[in-house]
Design a protein around this ligand. Structure first.
Ligand code: FAD
Length: 317
């Protein structure tokens, strides 16, 4: 079912989860072990992230080095199919522009359509590990809005090969990313929201936000988006902070602020278990406040610490 349809039929806040494919060499059992306990809370959707290939140097037998492309976390599409089959849940694959030609994207969309996948999250992706700025594939897309356009075109049955007449129409519900604390490259919030609106005007159906630890950022973002004429659902992305290292890693990686109170509590924590307890309580407090404000979904980034999400959900529902 399309996410937007699910939301319009839901009578209460629903739960969705996000996972990363395992690193190459690990089995899908690691995903099942991660998700099995969380399925108790009947998530309506499970998002599966996409990870672009990285370029690394490998030593050849003649002693010289060669540059090769490796994908450390393949399997997004396969995992989506496996989750739908095992848990009877809607899977939402992420699609990124980085590293893909338009034709590869079209072929990926055809695979997803054949698998019965009804939702995709359309993203630009970040710069490759060896690059400072995002560079699109020579035959690919520069911005997520171009990917949205391609999906909408396929939803109308128009394929890249012009001699395909009466092409089968796909029917994807399209999500895009939004940033309550601004995307790190955007010069200001208004400009960032202006580009978000373009993605919506081109056909995106909903927005999932970057994680945040201060709900006021989310509420203020919703207000600004509404003022800019964006009226689609904006789903809050939530991730627990569970150790002291994350106090510096998370702001740098996601361009988000860690509130003083959370930071102080985390610094006071003596053991790993104390840190997890601080993260659990903060997330619980965030979720209770979001539920009070009648958010349509609580979307959890489960990466790494499913037990914390489990404990939070157990206390909420
Ligand atoms: P865009 O919407 O293209 O925006 C990128 C920047 O360009 C912004 O600063 C925007 O303001 C600006 N901009 C947009 N359009 C234009 C335009 N036409 N002209 C000029 N400027 C413009 N990354 C992954 O690699 N894999 C994932 O699975 C993944 N999942 C994510 C899930 C969520 C919910 C979120 C919030 C992010 C995710 N990311 C993922 C990270 C994301 O790819 C990066 O944040 C990336 O830097 C931006 O992606 P975007 O889709 O927001 O890009």
């Amino acid at each position: 079912m399309k996410l937007t349809q699910h939301l319009s039929e839901a009578t209460d806040t629903i739960v969705s989860l996000e996972i990363l494919p395992p690193t190459k060499g690990k089995s899908i059992e690691s995903i099942y072990n991660h998700l099995d306990p969380l399925m108790e809370f009947k998530p309506a959707f499970i998002n599966v992230t996409y990870h672009r290939a990285e370029q690394v140097f490998r030593k050849r037998t003649d002693g010289n080095f060669e540059r090769v492309e490796i994908r450390k976390r393949p399997g997004t599409v396969g995992i989506c199919a496996a989750l739908m089959n095992k848990y009877k849940v809607e899977a939402i694959p992420h699609l990124i522009c980085g590293g893909f030609s338009k034709e590869e994207t079209e072929n990926a969309l055809i695979d997803l359509d054949f698998l019965g996948i009804k939702n995709v999250l359309a993203l630009r992706g970040d710069a490759a590990a060896n690059e400072k700025f995002f560079n699109p594939h020579p035959n690919g897309h520069r911005y997520a809005e171009d990917l949205v356009k391609q999906i909408v075109t396929l939803n109308k049955g128009h394929y890249m090969e012009e001699d395909i007449i009466d092409g089968a129409k796909t029917d994807f519900c399209i999500g895009v990313a939004g940033y309550p604390e601004k995307h790190f490259e955007a010069p200001n919030m208004d400009t960032d929201i202006y580009y978000l609106k373009r993605k919506i005007d081109l056909g995106a159906d909903y927005v999932t936000t970057q994680l945040f630890y201060n709900n006021e950022h989310y509420y203020s973002y919703i207000n600004k988006c509404r003022e800019h004429g964006i009226h689609v659902p904006i789903l809050p992305g939530l991730k627990p902070l569970t150790n002291k290292k994350q106090l510096t890693i998370i702001p740098r990686t996601f361009n988000v602020e860690v509130p003083v109170e959370l930071c102080n509590e985390m610094l006071k924590a003596k053991t790993d278990a104390d840190c997890e307890q601080v993260g659990t309580e903060w997330l619980l407090h965030q979720c209770r406040d979001l539920l009070k404000n009648k958010v349509p979904i609580l979307h959890f980034y489960t990466l790494g610490k499913p037990s914390v999400i489990y404990n939070v959900l157990k206390q909420l529902f």
